[in-house]
Design a protein around this ligand. Structure first.
Ligand SMILES: C[S@@+](CC[C@H](N)C(=O)[O-])C[C@H]1O[C@@H](n2cnc3c(N)ncnc32)[C@H](O)[C@@H]1O
Length: 341
């Protein structure tokens, strides 16, 4: 879309069309949500189909189905030849259920967030998130499964790059704090045959983490530990490396420094810490995704937001880390690495 990642210097090309595109951006989201909801791309994986055939398969109105399919072609998610629809290359890679890079569960998760985003005005007025289910007893197991499966989708498309950027050749033991589905821990263990990984997360998440580890058949080298990273210790001088991926945007600076200090305690001498996050620049206005993701955290957490590289550097230094460096990934996130002093 026009205007992506614009800076003060290059906004002059923006026009009325840009504003209208922003206003109806959610139309496109709904086309995708609906298609994924019908699992259209998995259906089309069995071979090209006409609108009539597809409408019969999904038990929907034929005229309406044809309009949906045409909109999907306009979005490059399908192709159309004569009256036959087929998956595009992108849909074949990411929208067919069961494929390793499937993103349908994360698309479903973004769809689930629509109601919360509709409350943005109220949230800005009060500064408080709309609805929160923080306590384990309030957490609906169905919601947790949806969320953790979505996290697995999102991580799956990044594991290859992340594994290539983190050198764990000499490491024996890795801790993946708030590892969720354990996708990164599993991938790092697979990429480094001498490595054992421990995934630490809340009890209600760890039950699902075990399923992902079992599905990857790596129970002998990836294990779990249930706990709360704000309250529980991670141990003393145990780990060679610690991964903290997509956790610190949930908490405030004081809690983040606390978590990082505990990471320092849990690392051996010169141990490696790797933070993986959507990192803002010093103005906190770019990259665009990180700036808007900050609102997502405002809506969905008690104290979270996106932070800047400078903030991560200060917390790491205060927690006892040095040799801090940044690696930008090809997608929208960044690794910040440091060594225990
Ligand atoms: C956004 S997910 C990130 C999952 C994974 N690290 C990744 O990058 O794909 C955040 C994870 O933090 C976990 N979490 C949040 N607060 C936590 C806490 N206080 N203690 C332990 N885990 C926590 C959640 O259960 C969830 O699995």
């Amino acid at each position: 879309m026009k205007g992506e990642d614009t800076t003060m210097a290059d906004t002059n090309h923006l026009n009325a069309d840009y504003l209208l595109q922003l206003s109806c951006g959610y139309w496109k989201s709904h086309v995708l949500f609906t298609a994924v909801g019908f699992d259209l791309f998995t259906i089309l994986n069995r071979g090209r189909r006409t609108a009539k055939e597809i409408s019969q398969t999904i038990q929907a109105n034929e005229r309406a189905t044809e309009m949906l399919l045409n909109a999907l072609v306009s979005l490059d998610l399908l192709t159309k030849q004569e009256n036959y629809y087929a998956n595009s290359v992108l849909s074949n890679r990411h929208l067919i259920k069961g494929n390793p890079y499937y993103l349908g569960d994360s698309i479903h998760h973004f769809h689930n967030m629509m109601d919360t985003w509709a409350m943005l005005r109220e949230t800005i007025e009060t500064g408080n998130p709309v609805s929160l289910k923080d306590l384990p007893e309030e957490v609906d197991p169905h919601d947790v499964r949806d969320f953790i499966t979505a996290m697995h989708n999102l991580a799956s498309v990044k594991t290859e790059e992340i594994c290539s950027k983190i050198d764990l050749k000499e490491a024996k033991l890795l801790l993946d704090i708030a590892g969720g589905p354990g996708t990164y821990a599993i991938a790092l263990a697979m990429a480094n045959p001498g490595l054992h990984a421990v995934v630490f997360d809340l009890e209600h998440t760890i039950r699902l983490t075990r399923e992902f580890i079992a599905a990857a058949k790596i129970e002998d080298r990836v294990t779990t530990q249930a706990g709360n990273c704000l309250e529980d210790s991670f141990g003393e001088k145990v780990y060679d490396a610690i991964l903290v991926s997509n956790l610190l945007h949930i908490y405030n600076p004081a809690n983040n420094t606390r978590i990082l200090r505990k990471c320092r305690d849990a690392l051996r001498e010169r141990g490696l810490i790797v933070i993986h996050e959507f990192v803002l620049d010093t103005t906190k206005t770019h990259p665009q995704f990180a700036a808007i993701f900050s609102l997502n955290m405002l809506l969905g957490t008690q104290e979270g937001e996106s932070y800047s590289e400078d903030e991560y550097r200060v917390w790491l230094a205060n927690a006892g880390f040095e040799d801090i460096k940044r690696i930008d990934l090809e997608s929208n996130s960044t690794l910040i690495l440091g060594k225990k002093k």
